[in-house]
Design a protein around this ligand. Structure first.
Ligand SMILES: NC(=O)c1ccc[n+]([C@@H]2O[C@H](COP(=O)([O-])OP(=O)(O)OC[C@H]3O[C@@H](n4cnc5c(N)ncnc54)[C@H](O)[C@@H]3O)[C@@H](O)[C@H]2O)c1
Ligand SMILES: CC1=C(/C=C/C(C)=C/C=C/C(C)=C/C=C/C=C(C)/C=C/C=C(C)/C=C/C=C(\C)C=O)C(C)(C)CCC1
Length: 533
């Protein structure tokens, strides 16, 4: 696993005049239909698996170079994460890709002869644009979905993580079918050149600002987009929470990848009575994680570059709050200490900006009502939320505030399992992926019907000249009658009682059949036992 001897290439942007050719090649290869063969896709996924495995030392070295990411996190959240993704897709692809029969209740029994089914068609040539914080996972996990679905793809890694971008380019273009999968490196001009091309889907992960640019450009050609954006994610801590556990878990959410995690909490809405105790527990958790201080820890990453370092530092410089944990910064090392700031206004820089770093605010509240009102005013549709309280308090938070995903009693666990769907809501994202959702994200679910020739006798009613008496017969056979009145109440008419009595109280035909069979079986057993006596 050692990465010391690995050599890292210099960053090189793709020539602008090559970009239309790259896009055209992706479209052209899709038109050959070779990506539609499931076996071809499986072979590409197997090749990607072994490419990631074989490039492991260089990927670890690149992550260390770009983000000072520890080998532990590089393996857990990037390399092994992707290997697991490949294995999952390979294992389930035949199942995901096969036609699905559409039966009852979607297709009424009267149309059952038409062999309704859903065909899973690849969308086509897709563009995947990645962010810097997980430069491998957040670029290649969507690619695994695209390969599984049968698309061709062009990848645009973040230019901020230069070593990862170059190693990924070499890895993809030397190991996968190059006519189907390519990598374009670069910044705004190269991304704009890519966005000027026609794609069948754009998958974008990054900031809401750039998300809007991508969505606007895509709208010009009505290109579908999946947007995985950021958010000002709240955590709720009530006086019924296990404060020591909440402190340790929330600190984990802000130290992992040095807090450069889209779904980590931005601010904690905490019952004012427990602020002092919670702050003490935070300090205890900090000491446990970093016995020699955070700066000396080999586990804590660094901020990606000076621009982001200054963005985060400015939030600390501008705050009117009080630092209750951490606070040290060092530009030479792009180091920001895990920091908690006690604030008293939602206008504070610590709440207004998305921190996307190891710093977060504590905002004292009088009650859960108060907390929910504050959270709704800060960001109504965040990517994630976390709640630490009693069962009923956690349930209330879930009911009264939406988010892309949520974890009760922990930091971002809902986003830490690679096979469950992940995505935002409202302005924190459109669409989701991971596991089967990654396949679905790049798939068109095409409904197909097949009308047998002999059925024309039955279907003749639809042809002109129309006959209203036949229409009435058709309506009687195919349009269900409501069992409710205009006030929305259930009408207990004649048919209700007939169904109740003959259905033995069951609400469906299946249920009624089961109850009848049970009744007959009991009756039979009783008779048999009486006869035996
Ligand atoms: N929801 C998620 O899964 C998720 C994951 C990671 C990051 N994020 C969010 O992303 C942000 C941080 O990542 P980032 O800084 O890499 O995001 P970013 O939006 O700055 O960059 C993302 C990509 O867009 C490109 N880009 C940047 N400016 C552009 C422009 N003007 N025109 C066209 N393309 C442009 C970049 O080259 C990069 O590849 C945070 O807001 C974070 O919350 C969300
Ligand atoms: C080891 C044994 C067992 C089990 C142990 C278990 C269950 C260990 C669990 C460890 C945990 C909780 C690890 C944490 C994982 C965190 C991850 C994967 C974080 C991922 C982060 C991601 C994906 C970030 C994404 C960022 C995004 C989308 C935006 O920025 C037993 C108990 C089973 C048996 C004994 C041995």
């Amino acid at each position: 696993m050692a990465a010391k001897d690995a050599t890292l290439p210099q960053f090189e942007a793709t020539a602008l005049d090559l970009i239309p050719k790259v896009a055209s090649a992706a479209r052209g290869t899709f038109r050959t239909h070779k990506t539609k063969k499931v076996q071809w896709r499986i072979v590409q996924l197997r090749k990607l698996y072994w490419a990631i495995e074989d490039f492991r030392p260089r990927l670890i070295a690149a992550l260390m170079h770009d983000l000072h990411k520890s080998e532990f996190e590089a393996v857990l959240t990037e390399i092994d994460w992707l290997l697991k993704d490949c294995m999952f897709m390979i294992k389930h692809l035949n199942d995901f890709a096969k036609d699905e029969k559409l039966g009852s209740p979607a297709v009424p029994i009267t149309y059952s002869m038409m062999n309704f089914r859903t065909r899973k068609e690849p969308l086509g040539a897709v563009l995947i644009i990645g962010p810097y914080n997980y430069p491998l996972q957040l670029l290649l996990a969507p690619l695994i979905g695209a390969i599984g679905a049968g698309c061709t793809a062009v990848l645009k890694p973040s230019e901020l993580t230069t070593a990862c971008a170059m190693v990924v380019k070499e890895m993809i273009e030397t190991r996968l079918d190059r006519s189907a999968f390519t990598v374009v490196n670069g910044a705004i001009p190269e991304t704009n050149a890519l966005l000027a091309e026609k794609w069948d889907k754009i998958f974008f992960t990054g900031s809401d600002v750039v998300g809007k640019i991508v969505a606007k450009k895509a709208a010009e050609t009505l290109t579908p987009v999946c947007l995985e954006l950021g958010g000002k994610n709240p955590a709720f801590v009530t006086k019924n929470a296990n404060l020591a556990l909440a402190a340790r878990r929330l600190l984990w959410g802000k130290t992992h990848n040095s807090g450069q995690v889209c779904m980590s909490q931005n601010y904690v809405l905490i019952d004012k009575q427990v602020v002092p105790a919670f702050t003490e527990f935070l300090k205890v958790a900090y000491k446990d994680m970093f016995p020699d201080g955070a700066k000396a820890s080999p586990d804590l990453g660094r901020i990606v570059n000076a621009r982001h370092f200054h963005r985060i530092k400015k939030m600390l410089d501008d705050t009117k709050g009080k630092v209750v944990m951490g606070g040290e910064v060092d530009e030479a090392e792009l180091y920001i200490e895990p920091t908690a700031v006690l604030v008293s206004s939602t206008d504070d820089s610590m709440i207004k900006e998305e921190s996307f770093g190891p710093i977060f605010a504590l905002y004292p509240v009088n009650s859960l009502d108060d907390a929910l009102n504050v959270a709704a005013s800060v960001h109504r549709t965040p990517l994630s939320l976390y709640t630490f309280g009693s069962k009923s308090e956690n349930e209330r938070v879930l009911n009264e505030m939406t988010s892309g995903g949520a974890t009760l009693n922990d930091s971002f666990f809902h986003g830490s399992v690679n096979t469950v769907p992940f995505g935002g809501v409202g302005d924190s994202g459109w669409g989701s992926y991971r596991g089967k959702a990654s396949f679905d994200c790049f798939t068109h679910f095409r409904t197909i019907a097949e009308t047998p020739s002999w059925a024309d006798k039955i279907l003749r009613v639809r042809y002109m000249p129309y006959d209203m008496s036949k229409m009435r017969l058709l309506a009687r056979l195919t349009t269900p009658k409501p069992n409710f009145d205009r006030s929305g109440s259930i009408v207990r008419g004649f048919s209700y009682w007939v169904k109740l009595i003959f259905g033995l109280g069951a609400s469906s035909a299946k249920g009624a059949l089961f109850r009848w069979l049970l009744l007959l079986a009991v009756n039979y057993l009783l008779k048999a036992s009486r006869a035996a006596r």
